[in-house]
Design a protein around this ligand. Structure first.
Ligand code: NAP
Length: 322
């Protein structure tokens, strides 16, 4: 019997690399896109030792023709859309690029899937950022969206585009409302990896101070390699649906800083400087999740929470891998 083929948009990113590894382990043929597959180094695929096992092609979600062509050529059973501008902070600097890559990109993908009518199943990377502040109540799949960044606005639009295509045209399409998930593959632009990397540099005596913005924000942080399992599970169900994926535990950024520094035997208060220039124009103060549905319906539950994640990232970084 022919192996299933999966097409991952954004295979060069953190989640793309872990998902590719998972799908290869499950026996899939894996094809992944990058905006420029000739130029991309696919460093994350190389770090996971799977670069030679996946086929990569150039495709841009912003170009309808490009999306249609790659879907027609690859003819996948499963499509995972993980591509797009993924930084909340950068979205304030590049709102149009953010909207085009997420909002228009998802629409191009939905239209292409509908047009080709191949029966392919689609997973779309939505985000906990859509919820905004939930007034101390853990978000469920029924919680209204109150986005607080250009990134979150774009993700919210894409979420509703997908929900409409599912209802109007019967597409098998599911959105994952994933809360923050981290790993050693996270770029240093993201605060968790910045903290880990700079704390390791302080430990090594390369630097002495670290500048951070608001460390009282609270987030639900999980471990990326296990979050991609939830993406795959969503496409194995009888019916498409949307799911929150989170640990259900919320911690402050200060807690994370404390965990990282104390694991290195350092006192963070001696090294961290708060810099108001790093504050975002608007931000979510507390991110709270109720991952009950994904556990009940998909049998998925996070094994690792913030402290495990922070320590695993520090251990990997100390080996020179960040
Ligand atoms: P990532 O590492 O930034 O990877 C995203 C990929 O998208 C990049 O490798 C890049 O591939 C492509 N990309 C970047 N900017 C783009 C742009 N302007 N236009 C088109 N493509 C662009 O992201 P990730 O952490 O793996 O996350 C995967 C998806 O889940 C993203 O959609 C993200 O927004 C979403 N998400 C992530 C989290 C999280 O905590 N990690 C939480 C919720 C949702 P090329 O450069 O090769 O084209």
């Amino acid at each position: 019997m022919k192996n299933k083929t999966a097409l991952i948009f954004g295979i060069s990113g953190q989640d793309g690399a872990y998902l590719a590894r998972l799908l290869l382990e499950k026996g899939y043929e894996v094809v992944g896109t990058s905006r420029d597959a000739q130029m991309s180094s696919f460093v994350n695929l190389c770090r996971l030792g799977i670069r030679e096992h996946v086929e990569v092609v150039s495709a841009s979600l912003g170009e309808f023709r490009s999306v249609l062509q790659v879907l027609k050529t690859v003819n996948p059973e499963e499509i995972y859309n993980l591509a797009g501008q993924s930084s909340v902070g950068l979205s304030f600097e590049q709102p149009v690029e953010t909207y085009e890559s997420i909002g228009i990109g998802t629409l191009n993908l939905l239209e292409s899937v509908r047009f080709l009518d191949s029966g392919a199943r689609l997973y779309n990377a939505s985000s906990s950022e859509c919820f905004g502040n939930t007034d101390g109540v853990p978000a469920t799949e029924e919680t209204p969206f109150r986005p607080r960044s250009p990134y979150a606005v774009a993700k919210s639009a894409a979420f509703w585009q997908l929900a409409n295509y599912r209802e109007a045209y019967g597409l098998f399409a599911s959105s994952g409302l994933l809360f923050n998930h981290e790993s050693p593959l996270r770029p240093a632009r993201f605060v968790t990896q910045k903290i880990v990397r700079e704390a390791c540099q302080i430990k090594a005596g390369i630097k002495d101070k670290m500048k951070l913005g608001n460390i009282s924000v609270k987030r639900d942080w999980g471990w990326a390699p296990e979050y991609v399992e939830a993406m795959w599970l969503m496409l194995q169900q009888d019916e498409p649906d949307d799911y929150i994926v989170a640990t259900g535990q919320t911690h402050s950024l200060e807690d994370m800083v404390e965990t990282v520094f104390s694991h290195l035997g350092l006192n963070w208060r001696e090294h961290v400087e708060l810099n108001p220039d790093l504050l975002r124009p608007t931000d979510i103060m507390t991110s709270l999740a109720d991952p009950g549905k994904v556990e009940r319906k998909l049998g998925w539950k996070a094994k690792y929470t913030m402290k495990d994640v922070a320590i695993m990232m520090v251990e990997e970084c100390m080996k020179g891998a960040c």
